[in-house]
Design a binder for this molecule. Sequence first.
Ligand code: FAD
Length: 286
Amino acid sequence: MKPAAFTYHRARTVPGAVGLLAELGDDAKVIAGGQSLVAMMNFRLARPEHLIDIGRIPGLDAITRDSGALRLGALVTHHAVETADLGPGFRVLSEAMAWVGHLPIRTRGTVGGSIAHADATAEWCLLAVLLDAQVVVEGPAGRRSIAAEEFFQGVFTTALEPDELIVEVVFPRPAPRAALTEYAERRGDFAIVAAAVDLDAARVVLGGVAPVPLRVPAAEAVLAEVVSGDECSSTRIHSRAASAAAEAIDARDEPGISAHYRRGLVRTLVARACAEAARPHDQRFG
Ligand code: FAD
């Protein structure tokens, strides 16, 4: 299918894009990599009258380190992160990109686009909640920073105002013992269930079980008991956290996937993510 007719605008600066959003109102949509929006337009699930292309705004594709934090410009692509040397503290981000779609999608799709689209199983959305990322947005009133956990509000719904642009996503702390894993029916599909774990922060986040990336306090409590000790590597602790996560989710029977099956996926994937997180990076996902 083809999209409905629209007027194309190219923004050359962030204030220029924000000005266009304010001027064109609800009839306008930002386009970054187009890997989600174009499909939605082709299926007529989105019919913007104006498209504001931010793809060539200089500087929005920067990856920078800043006092221990990692700053990713909104236009940084999945593939750029996959192939960047981010050091052990942020290698979990590069590793997780292997789960996002296929290579052509990863070379076009962007961090900002993924976070704005807010699919609850998208790897970037899970990673943002897992690692306490801040989503930096700019609107007519200036810039503000929103904690990832508050940014995601419901199914494809975020705290972003219609006249705001995501300009960068900031990961404030290294996470050398973090991992993400998932299960999809075919490699490259969105996950049925995804699990992300940070052993040092005692953090467990699930995708595919709620309208937003879901933290699981019951599983986090298990990891918190041993957070500073070697026991973090113990399979007994991993399976206790995994069972706690499986029990905690609100799973229901759905066409093609039973509650029992989804709980089983959660149990398996949380245990696997814990085991990966405990392993040195060069021994992972062998
Ligand atoms: P676009 O498609 O350009 O935009 C998406 C939405 O975000 C639009 O509403 C747009 O207005 C808004 N937007 C974009 N940038 C900004 C910004 N800076 N500020 C404010 N709003 C903005 N993703 C996964 O996470 N995991 C997968 O497994 C996966 N599999 C895929 C498989 C296929 C076959 C395809 C086609 C896509 C898949 N994707 C997957 C989606 C892909 O990762 C997209 O790249 C991503 O979701 C959106 O990024 P984008 O830059 O392409 O955004």
